[in-house]
Design a protein around this ligand. Structure first.
Ligand SMILES: Cc1cc2nc3c(=O)[nH]c(=O)nc-3n(C[C@H](O)[C@H](O)[C@H](O)COP(=O)(O)OP(=O)(O)OC[C@H]3O[C@@H](n4cnc5c(N)ncnc54)[C@H](O)[C@@H]3O)c2cc1C
Length: 398
């Protein structure tokens, strides 16, 4: 396998780098994903990309995709990660969008795809329930047919950023008598429909990123059913394969390691830069080695995709290793900034009414919040334990 980029790919890199430098919203420079972001912060770059035709690179060209090769898409994500860009959220772009253009009807495509491309419509994912996470097929939310409507009742949980959502895609049980996987339907719900209630779950990092979503006698027109009734499990699994492939986060972690090295050059231990401390430097180097190995695995997957092989169970390896690296990275950053991470979580609205300014260097302000926030990565998108089960079965054949 040739890991060198071709001259055409290098030229493509130059083009996207120049576009990003010119057009990335200045007020979001090196902002990253943060717990104090507003709806407009999340959408600002997405809207610029929507106009350029670059917001949904992986989609088929007929629905607004770019026709880029997997390698071009990789270069694109690397260039965005270099500036820690706020990327379009996955719920529309990588999740419901592909389900709609693959399984939806013409009206659904015409109604929903343009808003995802432009970044005007925000989607949320209503899969998990209090008793149905890893064992998703045991979900209990019901949708009962009443004339030309479904009436939905149930409780979803961990609905990420549903407080901003215009629309949600929900898995509902439409046949309670069928086998668990066979009686589920995939239904689109306008979040302003009476009976939809979004309640915040406050997290350890001080942010408000996830919610409980309660559905009480929510009347949804039957035309919001995607594909066939009771066949939703097929679409749900298709969507999860799309969700998982972007989780490795190699490019962003590379940027994170660079930043960590910078921080460890400024911070000192026993009068010398922290990065010169043997134990600390060893941990950073080990992280870089593991990240380089993960990058090779990701490039191998891309090469396979380019040769026409769909992403297989190796996406589980990318998910486990990628998220472990993200967690170690934020752990080492926390270690590097030391006590500066503790006094104040900057930018997070303080329920206790504190008006204190953050102390210490800027790079310390979000270190603790980010550390706590990244604990989620080994759970969402299919927990790492479940990914190990997949590897055991599909790769090791046990
Ligand atoms: C920050 C965050 C955001 C999320 N956003 C969304 C969202 O927007 N929409 C949505 O629908 N869901 C969302 N989720 C839910 C997420 O998909 C679930 O948390 C996940 O599927 C795990 O389910 P659970 O939390 O019910 O844990 P459980 O399924 O109860 O699992 C608990 C533990 O047991 C382990 N375990 C369970 N079964 C097995 C097994 N067979 N073998 C080995 N180990 C096992 C799990 O790996 C886990 O460690 C989000 C979760 C988080 C943390």
């Amino acid at each position: 396998m040739n890991l060198e980029f071709t001259p055409e790919e290098q030229a493509f890199r130059d083009e996207v780098r120049a576009f990003i430098a010119e057009n990335y919203p200045k007020h979001l420079a090196d902002f990253g994903m943060r717990e104090d972001m507003e709806r407009e912060d999340f959408l600002a770059w997405h809207k610029v990309l929507g106009k350029k035709g670059w917001s949904v690179p992986a989609w088929p060209v007929e629905y607004g995709g770019t026709g880029w090769t997997p390698t071009q898409r990789y270069i694109w994500s690397e260039e965005n990660a270099r500036i820690n860009a706020v990327m379009p959220l996955p719920f529309g772009v990588s999740m419901v969008g592909p389900v709609i253009y693959t399984f939806g009807n013409a009206e659904q495509k015409a109604k929903h795809l343009p808003g995802i491309v432009s970044g005007d419509v925000w989607w949320c994912q209503g899969y998990s329930e209090p008793g149905a996470g890893s064992d998703l097929a045991s979900l209990k939310t019901t949708a009962v047919r009443d004339g030309d409507h479904y009436v939905i009742n149930g409780q979803k949980t961990w609905t990420t950023l549903a407080q901003h959502a215009d629309w949600g895609f929900f898995l509902c049980r439409t046949d309670p008598t069928a086998k668990a996987q066979e009686g589920i339907s995939f239904i689109l719900v306008d979040m302003k429909t009476p009976g939809v209630e979004v309640k915040p779950i406050k997290l350890l990092d001080g942010g408000y990123e996830v919610n409980e979503t309660w559905l009480t006698d929510v009347r949804v027109p039957v035309e919001n059913l995607v594909g066939q009734e009771n066949k939703g499990w097929t679409y749900a699994k298709f969507l999860l394969a799309h969700e998982r492939s972007g989780i490795a986060g190699v490019a962003r972690s590379k940027r994170g390691v660079e930043k960590l090295r910078e921080i460890a050059t400024h911070e000192t231990l026993d009068g010398q830069p922290l990065i010169k401390d043997f134990d600390f430097a060893k941990k950073v180097s080990q992280l870089e080695i593991d990240l380089a190995a993960l990058e090779i695995t990701e490039l191998r997957t891309l090469a396979g995709e380019q040769a026409g092989k769909g992403p297989g169970p190796e996406s589980s390896i990318l998910k486990i290793k990628g998220t472990e690296i993200q967690q170690r990275l934020t752990e080492l950053t926390l270690e590097a900034v030391g006590t500066y991470s503790a006094p104040y979580m900057g930018g997070v609205s303080n329920d206790n009414g504190s008006n204190e300014h953050p102390v210490g260097p800027d790079y310390a302000t979000h270190a603790a919040a980010t550390y706590f926030n990244m604990r989620k990565t080994s759970i969402y998108g299919g927990s790492n334990e479940i990914q190990r089960n997949i590897i055991t079965k599909m790769i090791l054949g046990l």
